[in-house]
Write a protein that binds this ligand. Sequence first.
Ligand code: AMP
Ligand code: ZN
Length: 114
Amino acid sequence: MSNCLFCKIRDGQIPAKVVYRDDVCLGFEDINPQAPTHVLFIPLKHIATVNDIAMEDRELVGHLYTAAARLARERGHADKGYRLVMNCNEDAGQTVFHLHLHLVAGRPMGWPPG
Ligand code: AMP
Ligand code: ZN
């Protein structure tokens, strides 16, 4: 997608602090972190929202979770815990329409979310 911010980060056209990379996904620091760890995991494939995940993408979505869990463990968050969030569309506050999994960790978090 030529006009997608996260596709541009994937392609190196916009800088980002990349902390994880493999052949399926990319992880980079959120530009406006909401906790000591706030990393976004995106599939290399452009998918706009959770609504657009196809059956063939199921493995890819699971891949995002295992990559996030690996980084959470590496950063010492596994035992205390962390939050993984995918916002979908307006009511959830999605602002970038390239699927992304937020890894938020390093402080206690409230529930329910705002
Ligand atoms: P969402 O509201 O779920 O769509 O989350 C989008 C996230 O992308 C927000 O947490 C933003 O802070 C983050 N973000 C926006 N632009 C950039 C950027 N250039 N580099 C890194 N993170 C970004
Ligand atoms: Zn994209």
